[in-house]
Design a protein around this ligand. Structure first.
Ligand code: AMP
Ligand code: ZN
Length: 471
């Protein structure tokens, strides 16, 4: 039996108990990046919220299947690949790779599937065909295929917009809109010369899918016609998610998603962080300023997902100081040698654990979860300062922090003290050792030089080697 979790369902605008379709399993779809640039930390607020959601479901015993799409064909990817004279695939491959590297920096858990839009055109065409056959979509004079919102009376249910009045109005036909009604949205975009060599053949001529149909087709392909959770930033709610609902439910005749979860924006000086406003930092820029993935992770996780979060570098500095205090606590806990049976911490640990679990199960209330963690830190520090924490007690506390870290993914409970040696440095040192063993002195010296260039030196030891930073 899994712990009961409540989520704020955007569809009903209220907290609801999570009841998955398949007991013990959670199937979720999260709108992923458009791979035409490096993601900014505003985007990562959304992915971090989804990581928290995923980790929380797993923490409470659910088997999670998460699907996150990669939008690798749209106006922006086509425009920017052409601007730098690259083939679309090569261009997007670069940013897909960067995206996965960034996820690793932030220790965001991998989704089970990352479908790319360009690899699922067949599914998209099939879905559009169904909609056309059902009379919910039409090909207009501009050769594009549009979804007719007049055929879906529930349109606007997620965003709480009343389209009834708008629909009863005039049918718009002018230069800009070949479509029947303004809110009708493109399922298939007919090729034009701006698209260059980017197109697929379809029953409606050559072209490419619209953005909304990509998500519906890929979600259904991997999660079925109805699945548990769909997430994204709040700006995705309308029109993107509204359109996903319309086309999916019109095609399948059943509910598309049971729980809609949306996170609020990451802000800078009171404005939403966004590429178009130019007020953004990529993760890489923050790392170049000297902030680590875990410091940024701490900042991005710090506020409840439905509250706006204002980004500042002062908050990153604060994160560094806070995490250093936890590091110190962990090493003190490891050094404590007092005897006893650990009963002195049982109550405080279980109190912290219960508060932590209750907070998380309450719509991912991270503030309550953090309060429980800080409370434990405070109580344990007091015991340490008075010399009343036994070795088994310290072990219990460390074990609890490891458990907390299933959610936070940033405590270095078991980190060795001292500087971490980068894996590529260790690899060079190992190559040097192997070269020496093979009496290939030239290769060994070359490796030593490469280590030196990277700022490291290697010393031989009876059991192998020691790598040290050059002074
Ligand atoms: P995009 O690449 O613009 O489609 O955005 C990818 C994801 O990031 C979507 O889920 C957006 O809702 C989300 N997003 C974009 N900007 C922000 C922001 N400033 N704060 C939080 N989420 C954002
Ligand atoms: Zn989407």
């Amino acid at each position: 039996m899994n712990t009961k979790i409540k989520f704020f369902n955007t569809m009903d605008r209220r907290l609801e108990e999570f009841r998955p379709i398949h007991p013990g399993e959670a199937r979720m779809y999260t709108c992923g990046p458009t791979v035409y640039n490096f993601a900014h930390i505003g985007n990562f607020r959304a992915y971090m919220f989804e990581d928290l959601l995923r980790r929380t479901l797993k923490y409470f015993g659910y088997k999670v299947t998460q699907v996150m799409n990669l939008t690798d064909v749209d106006d922006k990817t086509i425009r920017d690949s052409q601007a730098c004279g690259m083939k679309l695939d090569d261009f997007t491959a670069k940013y897909k790779k960067a995206f996965f590297e960034d996820l690793e920096t932030l220790n965001i858990e991998k989704a089970e599937v990352y479908p790319a839009a360009t690899e699922h055109i067949k599914e998209m065409i099939a879905l559009i065909k169904t909609l056309v056959e059902k009379g919910c979509a039409y090909q207009a004079e501009d050769n594009c295929v549009y979804f007719s919102i007049a055929k879906f009376p529930e349109y606007g249910r997620l965003a709480k917009i009343d389209f009834e009045n708008q629909r009863s109005g005039v049918r718009i036909k002018n230069d800009e809109y070949a479509k029947d009604a303004v809110a009708d949205f493109a399922l298939w975009k007919a090729w034009d010369e701006k698209d260059g060599d980017v197109y697929w053949e379809s029953p409606w001529g050559k072209g490419r899918p619209g953005w909304h149909i990509e998500c519906s087709a890929m979600a259904m392909r991997y999660l079925g016609k109805t699945f548990d959770i769909h997430t994204g930033g709040i700006d995705n709610m309308f029109p993107h998610h509204e359109d996903e609902i319309a086309q999916s439910e019109a095609a399948n005749g059943c509910t598309y998603v049971n729980y809609w979860l949306h996170c609020a924006h990451l802000m800078v000086d009171g404005d939403k962080m966004s590429k178009s406003a130019g007020n953004f930092y990529t993760l890489r820029e923050c790392v170049a300023k000297g902030y680590s993935g875990r410091e940024l992770r701490w900042v991005l996780l710090g506020a409840h997902y439905r509250k706006k979060l204002n980004f500042t570098f002062a908050a990153c500095d604060q994160a560094r100081a806070t995490l250093a205090k936890f590091d110190e606590l962990f090493s003190c806990l490891k050094e404590t040698a007092a005897t006893g049976n650990g009963s002195e911490v049982e109550e405080i640990v279980s109190r912290a654990k219960n508060a932590f679990d209750t907070g998380l199960a309450d719509d991912l209330n991270i503030s309550e979860a953090l309060a429980a963690v800080f409370g434990l830190q405070h109580d344990v520090t007091k015991l340490l300062n008075t010399g009343s924490l036994s070795k088994p007690g310290a072990e219990t506390v460390l074990a609890q922090f490891r458990k907390f870290d299933e959610i936070f993914g940033l405590f270095e409970v078991d980190a060795e003290k001292g500087e971490k040696i980068p894996p590529e440095v260790l690899e060079m040192a190992e190559k040097r050792r192997a070269a020496r063993a093979a009496k290939d002195w030239a290769a060994a010296d070359a490796m030593r030089d490469r280590l030196k260039e990277s700022g490291w030196t290697v010393e031989d030891a009876a059991d192998g080697f020691r790598v040290k930073r050059l002074d």
